[in-house]
Write a new protein. Structure first.
Length: 282
């Protein structure tokens, strides 16, 4: 068993949720690598008081998988850049999903995460790592955009200041023409709450502040405000399990009630308020 002292809570919670979901008989995600990784960690996850049916994070992971598969189906030799990857296991899910063996993978994170990943996860000649801050844009020099670039920022941007998150989006749009970038954001109310740290601590405890979010209208305006962004797409959640995730969200797609329902779900499970895919100019 490996001690996880260097890992942030955000990485631990997402790993636990995916592994717990993958263990279920009625699982919505197949993620044996997450199970193996979780079992190798020496940590008491009970302190998070996580629900046994916390499927939102598994659905978020599936949404990112589906978007990456769509891009790789057209650009089979593309590089997937996983920003702030934490203990995600997306590479192995995609490798098992029949998208070919030509795509490359770049994991970008800070040294404690990278060191633990290198100790606990299997290596692949198609995978490489970059140990530095996402906001140090020199990592972009390591990415060849010729065969396509798909950038994931799963559970990352909300923890940045607005100028930092928007600066990252702008630089990606500039450096990777023809590429795509996917990210998720909590409800705008989360960012407003983060502006009041005392109230945040009262309501959210010691969970890290999430000062960045955008409304649906603000997201749509990225086409006009960020050079190089040619399209902004709302990504629907995959179908889940139960009356909320399987019935209400899936069957209201395209109806006026869907966005208010997504916002309500996001207020209760702040990881899935909006899933956004940006397409960059060619």
């Amino acid at each position: 068993m490996t001690d996880v002292m260097p890992l942030p809570d955000t990485a631990l919670v997402t790993l636990w949720c995916r592994a717990a979901e993958a263990r279920r008989a009625d699982k919505i995600i197949d993620d044996p690598m997450a199970i193996s990784l979780l079992d190798s960690l020496d940590y008491d996850f009970s302190r998070f008081k996580l629900s046994a049916d916390r499927q939102d994070l598994a659905l978020r992971a599936l949404a990112f998988d589906h978007a990456a598969r769509d891009y790789l189906s057209v650009h089979p030799k593309a590089t997937v850049v996983a920003l702030g990857e934490g203990m995600q296991t997306s590479f192995w899910r995609l490798a098992a999903a029949g998208v070919g063996d030509e795509f490359r993978w770049l994991t970008l994170d800070l040294s404690p995460i990278i060191e633990l990943r290198q100790r606990l996860l299997p290596d692949s000649p198609r995978m490489s790592t970059c140990t530095q801050s996402v906001l140090d844009f020199t990592w972009m020099d390591r990415v060849d955009p010729q065969d396509g670039v798909f950038i994931t920022a799963e559970g990352l941007l909300p923890y940045f200041q607005p100028c930092e998150a928007l600066g990252l989006i702008k630089e990606c749009a500039h450096r990777f023409p023809g590429g795509q970038m996917m990210f998720d954001l909590p409800p705008k109310s989360q960012a407003l709450l983060a502006a009041r740290p005392r109230l945040w601590t009262l309501l959210r405890g010691d969970w890290p502040l999430t000062p960045f979010s955008l409304t649906v209208r603000e997201l749509a305006r990225l086409v006009d405000t960020v050079p190089g962004v040619r399209a902004v797409r709302d990504v629907p959640l995959p179908r889940g399990r139960g009356p909320l995730f399987d019935t209400l969200l899936s069957k209201t797609q395209g109806l006026p009630i869907h966005r208010p329902l997504r916002r309500w779900v996001g207020a209760n499970w702040p990881t899935i308020a909006t899933l956004t895919l940006l397409e960059f100019d060619r």
